[in-house]
Design a protein around this ligand. Sequence first.
Ligand code: C2E
Ligand code: MG
Ligand code: MG
Ligand code: MG
Length: 280
Amino acid sequence: RAKKNISDNFEYFAKDIEDKTTWRLEMIRRLRSDFMARKLELWFQPQVDLVSEKVVGMEGLLRWPDGNNGYISPAVFVPLAEYSGLIVDIGEWVIEEACHRLKDLKEANFGDLRVAVNISMPQFRDRSFVNKVLGTISTSKCDPSLLELEITESVVMDEPQIVIDALRTLKEHGVAIAIDDFGTGFSSMSYLQQLPLDRLKVDRSFIRDIEPGKSAVLAETIVTLGNKLGLLTIAEGIETKEQAEYMIELGCNEAQGFFYAKPMPFTELMDYLVSQKDAN
Ligand code: C2E
Ligand code: MG
Ligand code: MG
Ligand code: MG
């Protein structure tokens, strides 16, 4: 009887794995086809100066329409795009889109705002990555210092030399660089110093820890580390006034989160910028 149960379980798990594999392949097929049909969107979430609350830039975030008025989360499909290699082409489009938006912003007299985009490991493994980024910057004639690349610690630790070399070349051409979700991976402090960084993004998990009357030791330590390394710090996922005030006290420079604004399509972002300008 026990034996039978074990084999039942095995069949159950085998079926489960098969279902998951089928689901993944189907999702990848649909993602490829929707990307080719130009159905992916790049939304933008404002980033503000913590003290003045003035918008200083924005992060581009992928959105995949599910055909039902909803969107499939990038937390679900970006890993599939990475696994399948599709992220190389999608990521190239994201950078082109960011550069076009920088031009649109400049034409609308928001020429001092920067646009950040997320970069995945397979993009660094693409030998033409650096040239593609520089090519896109020069054809779109955007200011390279207003384009910021966000990379996570796990990307750095995966292939440190490839990533360090690529980022150094991009930095020589003026491109800005941020470490995303800082504190959630295990980055070696020595790599941190070898990278040509501009910004540390304090992960949302440390902001969530902030409670009235308590100190959030990890958030504080990360801001101090950033300051000591001469980097700007930006708090991710600020949802309350208390969290914003606490981060100001710590000396954090900038913030991004639902407390200020959620990610939105570019046209909405333009309206938002105009309304913010009028309010000041
Ligand atoms: P991320 O780069 O760390 O982006 C920040 C995520 O936090 C976004 O989720 C954003 O919507 C969310 N967020 C911002 N403020 C708040 C807040 O106050 N509260 C809460 N609960 N969440 C907040 P999103 O858009 O779902 O993206 C998830 C992740 O998918 C991103 O994390 C990034 O790792 C990845 N991703 C998105 N777009 C791209 C892309 O173009 N390329 C690559 N390689 N990855 C991307
Ligand atoms: Mg990011
Ligand atoms: Mg992040
Ligand atoms: Mg994240």
